[in-house]
Design a protein around this ligand. Structure first.
Ligand code: B12
Length: 224
């Protein structure tokens, strides 16, 4: 087995299919946190984390409220990511290894508002970016204008190093957040304020699910 060669082959497949960010994280220290598939979770030691960029045109229509266009885009991008993750997991499975595609967006505990695992955390460990003031994964080139999916596996692959960068002096998201949820550090981010605002957008029939996109639109990484 050549870890670097297999990494390159999987990356090539993903980029050809339209994926923009590809990285592999070592999950051996964090897999106990996962809520997904507890019976098989212990067999995985890495996660392939994928990101696809969002449409600049769709995002640019969002100023202080989400748009119907963004909501449609959100659904299409989630579905696209889930399809690529399924295809990638099948490729790995056919090579004789374990693989599990983790849904891009599925909430499994509405009380605690959590998914099967944190794609953002995996993204940091896979070197795709850092957790920004907006509490999102921020990539140097794409800002927060991308969505994520992950595939858990035990296939021997080259591992990326965690990203060590940060937002620096940029506070564009702090100023624009309609919920006032974004503060100086990611630890200060108010999930409650954010969620209350999203519920408001939904109840006003702005969009049918909990989406916003204002901080996503504001975050351009370092290409401001
Ligand atoms: C539930 C959920 C929500 C809930 C909030 C719940 C929450 N507490 O985060 C609600 C409905 C409010 C919500 C809102 C939004 N969400 Co949401 N959401 C999710 C979902 C399904 C699960 C998140 C989860 O389990 N959180 C629980 C905690 C434990 O994990 P976490 O917050 O992700 O990770 C934190 C910790 O790990 C922490 N941390 C602490 N110590 C350490 C140490 C290290 C080393 C690291 C790396 C991290 C770390 O840092 C992380 C950030 O705070 C994920 C998909 C997924 N499965 O990841 C999408 C996801 C996080 N959402 C996303 C987005 C874009 C949004 C919205 C912008 C809505 C929209 N699409 O318009 C808003 C904005 C929220 C914001 N600014 O944070 C994207 C983020 C993409 C990105 N570039 O980062 C995700 C990843 C979906 C996707 N497939 O791309 N969301």
């Amino acid at each position: 087995m050549d870890k670097a060669k297999d990494y390159s082959a999987l990356k090539k497949f993903c980029l050809k299919e339209g994926i923009d960010l590809f990285g592999v994280a070592d999950i051996s220290q964090i897999r106990d946190e996962f809520k997904i598939a507890p019976k098989v979770s212990q067999g995985f030691d890495k996660a392939i984390c994928l990101g696809v960029m969002l449409s600049g045109a769709v995002l640019s229509e969002i100023d202080i409220v989400p748009t119907r266009l963004y909501f449609h885009h959100y659904k299409i991008v989630n579905s696209f990511l889930d399809h690529i993750a399924l295809r990638l997991s099948n490729i790995i499975q056919k090579k004789g290894f374990l693989a599990l595609a983790v849904p891009a967006t599925q909430i499994i505990d509405w009380g605690k508002n959590i998914g099967h695992l944190s794609h953002r955390k995996l993204g940091v460990l896979a070197g795709l970016g850092w957790i920004g003031r907006n509490n999102l994964l921020v990539n140097e080139k794409l800002g927060s204008q991308f969505r994520l999916v992950s595939v858990l596996t035990n296939m021997p692959l080259k591992i990326n190093s965690p990203c060590e960068k940060g937002c620096g002096e940029c506070r564009l998201c702090v100023k624009i957040c309609p919920a006032g949820a974004i503060q100086e550090t990611p630890a200060d981010f108010s999930h409650i304020k954010c969620f209350e605002k999203l519920k408001g957008f939904q109840s006003q029939r702005q969009v049918e699910q909990f989406v916003c996109g204002v901080c996503v639109n504001a975050c351009r990484g370092n290409k401001k």
